[in-house]
Design a protein. Structure first.
Length: 422
Protein backbone atom coordinates (compact mmCIF):
# COMPACT_ATOMS: atom_id res chain seq x y z
CA UNK A 1 0.00 0.00 0.00
CA UNK A 2 1.30 3.45 -0.90
CA UNK A 3 1.92 5.84 1.96
CA UNK A 4 2.77 9.51 2.39
CA UNK A 5 4.73 11.10 5.26
CA UNK A 6 3.07 13.55 7.64
CA UNK A 7 4.65 16.51 9.44
CA UNK A 8 5.23 14.35 12.54
CA UNK A 9 7.02 11.66 10.54
CA UNK A 10 4.10 9.23 10.58
CA UNK A 11 3.18 7.64 7.26
CA UNK A 12 -0.49 7.40 6.30
CA UNK A 13 -2.02 5.21 3.54
CA UNK A 14 -3.08 6.91 0.34
CA UNK A 15 -6.60 6.27 -0.86
CA UNK A 16 -7.65 5.72 -4.45
CA UNK A 17 -8.47 9.43 -4.67
CA UNK A 18 -4.88 10.41 -3.95
CA UNK A 19 -5.37 11.73 -0.38
CA UNK A 20 -3.99 10.31 2.82
CA UNK A 21 -6.48 8.28 4.82
CA UNK A 22 -6.46 9.91 8.21
CA UNK A 23 -8.36 12.32 10.41
CA UNK A 24 -9.40 15.56 8.73
CA UNK A 25 -7.20 18.45 9.72
CA UNK A 26 -8.50 21.66 11.23
CA UNK A 27 -7.39 23.53 8.12
CA UNK A 28 -9.45 21.23 5.90
CA UNK A 29 -12.55 21.69 8.03
CA UNK A 30 -12.05 25.46 8.08
CA UNK A 31 -11.72 25.53 4.30
CA UNK A 32 -14.95 23.52 3.96
CA UNK A 33 -16.98 25.95 6.08
CA UNK A 34 -15.37 28.93 4.32
CA UNK A 35 -16.36 27.53 0.94
CA UNK A 36 -19.89 26.56 2.07
CA UNK A 37 -21.13 29.37 4.37
CA UNK A 38 -24.77 28.44 3.72
CA UNK A 39 -24.20 25.15 5.54
CA UNK A 40 -22.92 26.99 8.59
CA UNK A 41 -25.90 29.36 8.53
CA UNK A 42 -28.29 26.41 8.32
CA UNK A 43 -26.66 24.78 11.35
CA UNK A 44 -26.85 28.03 13.32
CA UNK A 45 -30.52 28.51 12.42
CA UNK A 46 -31.37 24.90 13.30
CA UNK A 47 -29.31 25.02 16.48
CA UNK A 48 -31.32 28.01 17.61
CA UNK A 49 -34.81 27.10 16.37
CA UNK A 50 -35.02 23.40 17.35
CA UNK A 51 -34.37 23.83 21.10
CA UNK A 52 -36.56 26.94 21.22
CA UNK A 53 -39.52 25.24 19.52
CA UNK A 54 -39.07 22.13 21.66
CA UNK A 55 -39.11 24.19 24.85
CA UNK A 56 -42.25 26.02 23.74
CA UNK A 57 -44.04 22.77 22.88
CA UNK A 58 -43.11 21.22 26.22
CA UNK A 59 -44.35 24.35 27.97
CA UNK A 60 -47.63 24.15 26.07
CA UNK A 61 -48.11 20.47 26.95
CA UNK A 62 -47.37 21.06 30.63
CA UNK A 63 -49.46 24.21 31.08
CA UNK A 64 -51.90 22.70 33.54
CA UNK A 65 -51.38 25.45 36.07
CA UNK A 66 -51.96 28.25 33.57
CA UNK A 67 -55.32 29.55 32.46
CA UNK A 68 -56.78 28.21 29.25
CA UNK A 69 -56.76 31.69 27.75
CA UNK A 70 -53.07 32.39 28.20
CA UNK A 71 -51.30 29.04 27.90
CA UNK A 72 -52.15 28.34 24.23
CA UNK A 73 -51.22 31.87 23.27
CA UNK A 74 -47.87 31.51 24.98
CA UNK A 75 -47.32 28.15 23.34
CA UNK A 76 -48.25 29.30 19.85
CA UNK A 77 -46.17 32.49 20.14
CA UNK A 78 -43.25 30.56 21.60
CA UNK A 79 -43.34 28.10 18.70
CA UNK A 80 -43.87 30.65 15.92
CA UNK A 81 -41.18 33.14 16.99
CA UNK A 82 -38.22 30.69 16.95
CA UNK A 83 -39.25 29.40 13.52
CA UNK A 84 -39.46 32.93 12.10
CA UNK A 85 -36.17 33.96 13.72
CA UNK A 86 -34.48 30.75 12.54
CA UNK A 87 -35.58 31.32 8.94
CA UNK A 88 -34.31 34.91 9.17
CA UNK A 89 -30.90 33.73 10.43
CA UNK A 90 -30.40 31.89 7.14
CA UNK A 91 -29.87 35.33 5.54
CA UNK A 92 -27.65 36.84 8.26
CA UNK A 93 -24.68 37.31 5.90
CA UNK A 94 -26.57 38.76 2.92
CA UNK A 95 -29.10 40.94 4.78
CA UNK A 96 -28.06 41.34 8.42
CA UNK A 97 -30.16 44.47 8.95
CA UNK A 98 -33.38 42.75 7.87
CA UNK A 99 -32.50 39.80 10.09
CA UNK A 100 -31.96 42.21 12.99
CA UNK A 101 -35.41 43.76 12.47
CA UNK A 102 -37.17 40.37 12.29
CA UNK A 103 -35.41 38.89 15.32
CA UNK A 104 -36.03 42.04 17.36
CA UNK A 105 -39.76 41.85 16.60
CA UNK A 106 -39.79 38.19 17.64
CA UNK A 107 -37.98 39.11 20.86
CA UNK A 108 -40.58 41.76 21.67
CA UNK A 109 -43.48 39.41 20.90
CA UNK A 110 -42.17 36.72 23.25
CA UNK A 111 -40.77 39.06 25.91
CA UNK A 112 -42.78 37.63 28.79
CA UNK A 113 -42.74 34.07 27.45
CA UNK A 114 -41.29 31.65 30.01
CA UNK A 115 -39.21 29.94 27.28
CA UNK A 116 -37.90 33.05 25.55
CA UNK A 117 -34.86 32.38 23.32
CA UNK A 118 -35.32 35.28 20.89
CA UNK A 119 -32.61 37.39 22.54
CA UNK A 120 -30.03 34.84 21.34
CA UNK A 121 -31.20 35.34 17.75
CA UNK A 122 -30.99 39.13 18.16
CA UNK A 123 -27.44 38.81 19.53
CA UNK A 124 -26.52 36.68 16.50
CA UNK A 125 -28.05 39.30 14.17
CA UNK A 126 -26.07 42.08 15.90
CA UNK A 127 -22.90 39.99 15.54
CA UNK A 128 -23.57 39.57 11.81
CA UNK A 129 -24.25 43.30 11.44
CA UNK A 130 -20.91 44.16 13.06
CA UNK A 131 -19.04 41.67 10.86
CA UNK A 132 -20.72 42.19 7.48
CA UNK A 133 -21.74 45.86 7.76
CA UNK A 134 -19.98 47.98 10.38
CA UNK A 135 -19.61 48.36 14.13
CA UNK A 136 -21.37 51.73 14.03
CA UNK A 137 -24.49 50.24 12.43
CA UNK A 138 -24.40 47.37 14.91
CA UNK A 139 -24.32 49.78 17.86
CA UNK A 140 -27.23 51.72 16.40
CA UNK A 141 -29.17 48.46 16.07
CA UNK A 142 -28.21 47.54 19.62
CA UNK A 143 -29.51 50.86 20.91
CA UNK A 144 -32.78 50.49 19.02
CA UNK A 145 -33.37 46.91 20.18
CA UNK A 146 -32.49 47.76 23.79
CA UNK A 147 -34.77 50.81 23.85
CA UNK A 148 -37.68 48.83 22.39
CA UNK A 149 -37.09 46.04 24.89
CA UNK A 150 -37.12 48.41 27.87
CA UNK A 151 -40.24 50.12 26.55
CA UNK A 152 -42.09 46.82 26.19
CA UNK A 153 -41.02 45.74 29.67
CA UNK A 154 -42.41 48.97 31.10
CA UNK A 155 -45.73 48.47 29.30
CA UNK A 156 -46.18 44.81 30.18
CA UNK A 157 -44.82 44.83 33.70
CA UNK A 158 -43.33 47.47 35.96
CA UNK A 159 -41.89 44.96 38.39
CA UNK A 160 -38.23 44.87 39.33
CA UNK A 161 -37.96 41.36 37.95
CA UNK A 162 -39.00 42.51 34.47
CA UNK A 163 -36.35 45.25 34.46
CA UNK A 164 -33.78 42.76 35.71
CA UNK A 165 -34.65 40.37 32.90
CA UNK A 166 -34.43 43.23 30.39
CA UNK A 167 -31.00 44.20 31.73
CA UNK A 168 -29.73 40.66 31.30
CA UNK A 169 -30.98 40.59 27.71
CA UNK A 170 -29.27 43.93 27.00
CA UNK A 171 -25.98 42.46 28.24
CA UNK A 172 -26.42 39.48 25.90
CA UNK A 173 -27.05 41.84 22.98
CA UNK A 174 -23.96 43.90 23.84
CA UNK A 175 -21.86 40.73 23.91
CA UNK A 176 -23.07 39.94 20.40
CA UNK A 177 -21.90 43.34 19.14
CA UNK A 178 -18.53 43.10 20.92
CA UNK A 179 -17.82 39.61 19.57
CA UNK A 180 -18.75 40.79 16.08
CA UNK A 181 -16.38 43.75 16.39
CA UNK A 182 -13.56 41.45 17.50
CA UNK A 183 -14.12 39.09 14.57
CA UNK A 184 -14.41 41.98 12.11
CA UNK A 185 -11.19 43.52 13.42
CA UNK A 186 -9.41 40.20 13.14
CA UNK A 187 -10.59 39.75 9.57
CA UNK A 188 -9.49 43.27 8.67
CA UNK A 189 -6.10 42.61 10.24
CA UNK A 190 -5.64 39.33 8.37
CA UNK A 191 -6.81 40.98 5.14
CA UNK A 192 -4.28 43.78 5.61
CA UNK A 193 -1.53 41.21 6.22
CA UNK A 194 -2.47 39.36 3.04
CA UNK A 195 -2.57 42.60 1.07
CA UNK A 196 0.79 43.64 2.51
CA UNK A 197 2.29 40.26 1.66
CA UNK A 198 0.95 40.56 -1.89
CA UNK A 199 2.38 44.06 -2.18
CA UNK A 200 5.77 42.85 -0.91
CA UNK A 201 5.65 40.01 -3.41
CA UNK A 202 4.95 42.44 -6.25
CA UNK A 203 7.75 44.73 -5.06
CA UNK A 204 10.11 41.77 -4.78
CA UNK A 205 9.25 40.66 -8.31
CA UNK A 206 9.72 44.20 -9.60
CA UNK A 207 13.06 44.52 -7.82
CA UNK A 208 14.13 41.18 -9.27
CA UNK A 209 13.19 42.37 -12.76
CA UNK A 210 15.03 45.66 -12.25
CA UNK A 211 18.07 43.85 -10.89
CA UNK A 212 18.03 41.47 -13.85
CA UNK A 213 17.74 44.40 -16.26
CA UNK A 214 20.60 46.21 -14.52
CA UNK A 215 22.69 43.05 -14.64
CA UNK A 216 21.99 42.61 -18.35
CA UNK A 217 22.95 46.23 -18.97
CA UNK A 218 26.15 45.77 -16.98
CA UNK A 219 27.05 42.62 -18.90
CA UNK A 220 26.29 44.36 -22.20
CA UNK A 221 28.57 47.27 -21.25
CA UNK A 222 31.40 44.95 -20.27
CA UNK A 223 30.99 42.81 -23.39
CA UNK A 224 30.99 45.88 -25.61
CA UNK A 225 34.01 47.45 -23.94
CA UNK A 226 36.05 44.26 -24.01
CA UNK A 227 35.17 43.08 -27.51
CA UNK A 228 35.04 46.49 -29.20
CA UNK A 229 38.37 47.61 -27.76
CA UNK A 230 40.14 44.33 -28.41
CA UNK A 231 38.90 43.91 -31.97
CA UNK A 232 39.67 47.54 -32.84
CA UNK A 233 43.24 47.24 -31.58
CA UNK A 234 43.74 43.82 -33.17
CA UNK A 235 42.42 45.01 -36.54
CA UNK A 236 44.67 48.07 -36.47
CA UNK A 237 47.69 45.94 -35.54
CA UNK A 238 46.89 43.40 -38.24
CA UNK A 239 46.64 46.12 -40.89
CA UNK A 240 49.93 47.59 -39.71
CA UNK A 241 51.60 44.20 -39.75
CA UNK A 242 50.37 43.54 -43.29
CA UNK A 243 51.72 46.89 -44.52
CA UNK A 244 55.11 46.44 -42.82
CA UNK A 245 55.57 42.77 -43.65
CA UNK A 246 58.04 43.39 -46.48
CA UNK A 247 59.38 46.76 -45.30
CA UNK A 248 60.11 46.04 -41.62
CA UNK A 249 59.65 42.38 -40.71
CA UNK A 250 60.68 42.96 -37.10
CA UNK A 251 57.96 45.55 -36.52
CA UNK A 252 55.45 43.32 -38.32
CA UNK A 253 56.34 40.45 -36.00
CA UNK A 254 56.04 42.74 -32.98
CA UNK A 255 52.62 43.87 -34.18
CA UNK A 256 51.42 40.29 -34.48
CA UNK A 257 52.68 39.57 -30.97
CA UNK A 258 50.65 42.56 -29.81
CA UNK A 259 47.63 41.05 -31.60
CA UNK A 260 48.13 37.80 -29.69
CA UNK A 261 48.61 39.64 -26.40
CA UNK A 262 45.50 41.73 -26.95
CA UNK A 263 43.45 38.65 -27.81
CA UNK A 264 44.76 36.82 -24.73
CA UNK A 265 43.87 39.75 -22.49
CA UNK A 266 40.40 40.01 -24.01
CA UNK A 267 39.83 36.28 -23.55
CA UNK A 268 40.88 36.53 -19.89
CA UNK A 269 38.49 39.45 -19.36
CA UNK A 270 35.64 37.52 -20.95
CA UNK A 271 36.37 34.43 -18.87
CA UNK A 272 36.43 36.54 -15.71
CA UNK A 273 33.11 38.20 -16.55
CA UNK A 274 31.37 34.98 -17.56
CA UNK A 275 32.80 33.22 -14.52
CA UNK A 276 30.82 35.54 -12.29
CA UNK A 277 27.63 34.27 -13.97
CA UNK A 278 28.66 30.60 -13.98
CA UNK A 279 27.67 28.61 -10.89
CA UNK A 280 30.37 25.94 -11.29
CA UNK A 281 33.22 26.08 -8.71
CA UNK A 282 35.96 26.21 -11.37
CA UNK A 283 34.40 29.19 -13.13
CA UNK A 284 33.76 31.08 -9.90
CA UNK A 285 37.28 30.32 -8.73
CA UNK A 286 38.72 31.75 -11.92
CA UNK A 287 36.57 34.87 -11.62
CA UNK A 288 37.63 35.36 -8.00
CA UNK A 289 41.36 35.05 -8.76
CA UNK A 290 41.33 37.20 -11.92
CA UNK A 291 41.22 40.88 -10.96
CA UNK A 292 39.20 43.46 -12.82
CA UNK A 293 41.03 46.17 -14.74
CA UNK A 294 41.88 49.21 -12.61
CA UNK A 295 43.81 52.46 -12.88
CA UNK A 296 47.08 50.57 -12.41
CA UNK A 297 46.41 48.86 -15.75
CA UNK A 298 46.05 52.16 -17.64
CA UNK A 299 49.74 52.36 -18.73
CA UNK A 300 49.52 48.90 -20.31
CA UNK A 301 46.26 49.89 -22.00
CA UNK A 302 47.84 52.96 -23.53
CA UNK A 303 50.85 50.97 -24.65
CA UNK A 304 48.54 48.71 -26.66
CA UNK A 305 46.99 51.74 -28.34
CA UNK A 306 50.44 53.16 -29.09
CA UNK A 307 51.43 49.84 -30.61
CA UNK A 308 48.30 50.05 -32.77
CA UNK A 309 49.47 53.44 -34.08
CA UNK A 310 47.58 55.87 -31.83
CA UNK A 311 49.89 58.62 -30.48
CA UNK A 312 48.67 58.66 -26.89
CA UNK A 313 50.09 60.89 -24.17
CA UNK A 314 48.74 60.80 -20.63
CA UNK A 315 48.90 62.93 -17.50
CA UNK A 316 47.47 62.24 -14.07
CA UNK A 317 47.24 64.28 -10.88
CA UNK A 318 45.90 63.48 -7.45
CA UNK A 319 45.27 60.20 -5.66
CA UNK A 320 43.08 57.56 -7.35
CA UNK A 321 40.09 56.20 -5.40
CA UNK A 322 40.33 52.93 -3.49
CA UNK A 323 36.90 51.80 -4.68
CA UNK A 324 37.46 49.10 -7.33
CA UNK A 325 34.14 49.82 -9.02
CA UNK A 326 35.15 53.43 -9.58
CA UNK A 327 38.58 52.38 -10.81
CA UNK A 328 36.91 50.05 -13.32
CA UNK A 329 34.67 52.91 -14.48
CA UNK A 330 37.72 55.16 -15.03
CA UNK A 331 39.49 52.40 -16.94
CA UNK A 332 36.49 51.66 -19.18
CA UNK A 333 35.85 55.35 -19.89
CA UNK A 334 39.41 55.86 -21.10
CA UNK A 335 39.40 52.56 -22.97
CA UNK A 336 36.19 53.41 -24.85
CA UNK A 337 37.36 56.95 -25.65
CA UNK A 338 40.68 55.73 -27.05
CA UNK A 339 38.92 52.97 -28.98
CA UNK A 340 36.73 55.59 -30.65
CA UNK A 341 39.79 57.69 -31.45
CA UNK A 342 41.51 54.69 -32.99
CA UNK A 343 38.44 53.87 -35.10
CA UNK A 344 37.40 57.36 -36.15
CA UNK A 345 40.30 59.82 -35.73
CA UNK A 346 42.17 59.16 -38.95
CA UNK A 347 45.48 60.97 -39.19
CA UNK A 348 45.51 62.01 -35.53
CA UNK A 349 48.86 63.47 -34.47
CA UNK A 350 48.03 63.93 -30.82
CA UNK A 351 45.71 62.06 -28.48
CA UNK A 352 45.84 63.45 -24.96
CA UNK A 353 44.46 61.77 -21.86
CA UNK A 354 44.22 63.84 -18.66
CA UNK A 355 43.02 62.44 -15.33
CA UNK A 356 42.52 64.71 -12.32
CA UNK A 357 41.55 63.53 -8.84
CA UNK A 358 40.58 66.58 -6.79
CA UNK A 359 37.94 67.74 -4.30
CA UNK A 360 36.28 64.35 -4.00
CA UNK A 361 35.76 63.91 -7.75
CA UNK A 362 37.55 62.63 -10.80
CA UNK A 363 37.66 64.48 -14.12
CA UNK A 364 38.68 62.63 -17.27
CA UNK A 365 39.48 64.42 -20.52
CA UNK A 366 40.36 62.59 -23.75
CA UNK A 367 41.15 64.86 -26.68
CA UNK A 368 42.38 64.10 -30.22
CA UNK A 369 43.06 66.16 -33.33
CA UNK A 370 42.04 63.58 -35.92
CA UNK A 371 39.47 64.11 -38.63
CA UNK A 372 36.49 61.78 -38.80
CA UNK A 373 34.87 60.96 -42.17
CA UNK A 374 31.65 62.20 -40.61
CA UNK A 375 31.72 63.90 -37.24
CA UNK A 376 28.30 62.50 -36.33
CA UNK A 377 29.57 58.93 -36.44
CA UNK A 378 31.14 59.39 -33.01
CA UNK A 379 28.08 60.94 -31.38
CA UNK A 380 25.96 57.80 -31.02
CA UNK A 381 26.24 54.10 -30.50
CA UNK A 382 26.41 51.69 -27.61
CA UNK A 383 29.85 52.88 -26.52
CA UNK A 384 28.72 56.40 -25.62
CA UNK A 385 25.58 55.02 -24.00
CA UNK A 386 27.69 52.67 -21.90
CA UNK A 387 29.92 55.55 -20.78
CA UNK A 388 26.86 57.59 -19.82
CA UNK A 389 25.49 54.70 -17.75
CA UNK A 390 28.80 54.17 -15.95
CA UNK A 391 29.09 57.84 -15.06
CA UNK A 392 25.44 58.03 -14.00
CA UNK A 393 26.01 55.24 -11.47
CA UNK A 394 28.18 57.67 -9.49
CA UNK A 395 26.05 60.76 -10.03
CA UNK A 396 28.29 62.24 -12.68
CA UNK A 397 28.02 63.62 -16.20
CA UNK A 398 29.75 63.17 -19.54
CA UNK A 399 30.04 65.39 -22.58
CA UNK A 400 31.50 64.61 -25.98
CA UNK A 401 31.70 66.55 -29.19
CA UNK A 402 33.91 68.03 -31.91
CA UNK A 403 36.71 70.47 -31.09
CA UNK A 404 36.65 73.93 -32.69
CA UNK A 405 39.89 73.27 -34.58
CA UNK A 406 39.06 69.69 -35.52
CA UNK A 407 39.19 66.47 -33.66
CA UNK A 408 37.04 65.21 -30.82
CA UNK A 409 36.92 65.45 -27.07
CA UNK A 410 35.29 63.50 -24.26
CA UNK A 411 34.95 65.00 -20.78
CA UNK A 412 33.57 62.96 -17.89
CA UNK A 413 33.27 63.77 -14.21
CA UNK A 414 31.78 61.89 -11.28
CA UNK A 415 31.96 61.77 -7.51
CA UNK A 416 34.43 59.57 -5.73
CA UNK A 417 33.69 57.71 -2.51
CA UNK A 418 32.65 60.14 0.26
CA UNK A 419 33.17 63.06 -2.05
CA UNK A 420 31.27 65.60 -4.12
CA UNK A 421 32.10 66.93 -7.56
CA UNK A 422 34.08 70.13 -7.73
Amino acid sequence: MNTVPTASGERLPVSAYGRADGPATGKTRHEFWSQHPQHADALIAAGYAVPAVAASVLLLLNSGDATAATAPIFGIAGAFAPVAAGVALLFRRRAPLYVLVVTTLMMLITFSHPADFASVAVACALYSTAVYRSAAIAWVGFGGASAALLLVSMVISRSAGAFWDSGQIVVVLAIGVLVGMAVSGRRSYVSSLIERAEQLRRERDQQALLAAAAERASIAREMHDIISHSLTVMIALAHGSAEMGNVDPQRATLAMRQVAQTGTTALADLRRMLGVLDSTPDARGYAATTPQPNVAALPALMDRFRAAGLPVTATSSGVPPEDLGQQLAIYRLIQESLTNSLKHASGAQHVNVAIEYAQGAVTILVDDDGQSPAQGTRAGGRGLLGMQERVALYGGSIHSGPNPNGGWHVRAQFRLADGVPS
